[in-house]
Write a protein that binds this ligand. Structure first.
Ligand code: KMH
Ligand code: ZN
Length: 280
C-alpha cells in the first residue's frame, strides 16, 4: 500500500460500538451480533470513523473471546468495510489473562493494550506488568499495532518503561488512547487530560481520548483543543444528553465529526489512519 500524506488538521475518529459492560437486555441498540456489528461498522465508516475497537459477544449476548468468533469478526469487518480493525485485549474484567493474549491469534490490524491495573467500578481490571510485557512482545512478534490504553496517570510512566525496555511497537508509531472517567481511574476532566498529555514520552506520535458517560463531551472538547483524536461509541456512552438515549453508534460518530468541524479538523480516511498508526 502506498503511504498517503497526512493532513495536519486530520482527525482520527475511532468507534467503540459494544464494549463488555452493557447488557443487551438493558440496551437493545447495542450491536452484539455479527450482522449488527457489520451494519454498525459500515454506518460509522460512512459517518467518518476510520477505526473500530471491537469487543464481541456470544449467542447469549455475553462478552466472549472465542477465537473462531474473533477470527470471523475480523474477516467480516475486513470484507465489508475499510476500517482499521482493532480487537480489544481488555475483554471483560472476568476474562483470564491467557485468553486475552490469544486475541492476537485472530490477526487484527491493531489491538488495545492497557498499561496497568485499575479499579473498574466495583471490579478490578487486571493488567500486571508481566502481562503488559508479554502482550507487548507478542504484538511485536505478530506485527499487530498496539493502541496503548491509559486509565490513570501512572500508566503513562509505565508506557515510558515499556518502550525503554522493548523498543518501539511494530510499525514504529506510538498511539495512545486516554480512557477517562472510569470510577477508579483518572477523572474525565480537561485538567486530567492536560496532565496526562504533558507526561507523554517523546516517542508518542498520536493520541486520542474518550470520556465515560457524562464526561464524554468535556473530554472530547479538551482533546480537540490539545490536538488529540477522538474515540466515541456505546462502549463508553449510552446517552447523547440527559434522557436522550443513543439509538445507533453512528450518532456518536456524527457528533464527533461535528465537533471536529468546529475545531477545523477533518476526519481521516481509513487509509490515512493506517499511515498515522504505522500500518501503511
Ligand atoms: N472492558 C474493560 C474491562 C480494552 O478494551 O482494552 C476493558 C476495556 C479495555 O474495555
Ligand atoms: Zn474496550
Amino acid at each position: 500500500m502506498i503511504a498517503e500524506d497526512l493532513p495536519a488538521e486530520g482527525l482520527l475518529v475511532t468507534v467503540a460500538p459494544t464494549g463488555a459492560e452493557t447488557a443487551k437486555a438493558d440496551c437493545p441498540a447495542l450491536p452484539t451480533t455479527l450482522p449488527e456489528l457489520v451494519e454498525t461498522a459500515r454506518a460509522c465508516e460512512a459517518a467518518g470513523a476510520a477505526m473500530i475497537h471491537v469487543h464481541i459477544r456470544d449467542d447469549d449476548h455475553r462478552p466472549s473471546l472465542d477465537p473462531a468468533r474473533l477470527a470471523d469478526t475480523v474477516a467480516a469487518l475486513r470484507a465489508e468495510t475499510g476500517l482499521v480493525v482493532q480487537l480489544s485485549t481488555g475483554g471483560s474484567v472476568h476474562d483470564p489473562l491467557d485468553a486475552r493474549l490469544r486475541v492476537l491469534d485472530a490477526a487484527p490490524d491493531s489491538c488495545s493494550l492497557t498499561l496497568g491495573t485499575v479499579n473498574f467500578g466495583d471490579d478490578v481490571f487486571l493488567n500486571p506488568w508481566g502481562f503488559v510485557c508479554d502482550l507487548y512482545q507478542l504484538s511485536q512478534e505478530r506485527q499487530v499495532v498496539p493502541e496503548f490504553e491509559v486509565f490513570d496517570l501512572g500508566q503513562v510512566a509505565t508506557l515510558s518503561r515499556l518502550l525503554d525496555r522493548y523498543g518501539l511497537p511494530y510499525g514504529g508509531k506510538v498511539h495512545v488512547d486516554l480512557v477517562m472517567g472510569v470510577p477508579g481511574g483518572m477523572p474525565g476532566t480537561a485538567d486530567a487530560l492536560v496532565a496526562a498529555v504533558a507526561a507523554f514520552p517523546a516517542a508518542v506520535t498520536s493520541w486520542s481520548a474518550t470520556g465515560i458517560g457524562r464526561t464524554a463531551l468535556p473530554v472530547a472538547l479538551a482533546a480537540l483543543s490539545k490536538g488529540g483524536h477522538l474515540r466515541v461509541g456505546m462502549e463508553d456512552v449510552l446517552t447523547l444528553a440527559r434522557g436522550v438515549p443513543v439509538t445507533h453508534n453512528a450518532e456518536l460518530v456524527e457528533r464527533a465529526v461535528a465537533l471536529g468541524e468546529l475545531a477545523q479538523r477533518r476526519p481521516l480516511t481509513p487509509s490515512q489512519a493506517r499511515t498515522l498508526l504505522g500500518m501503511a
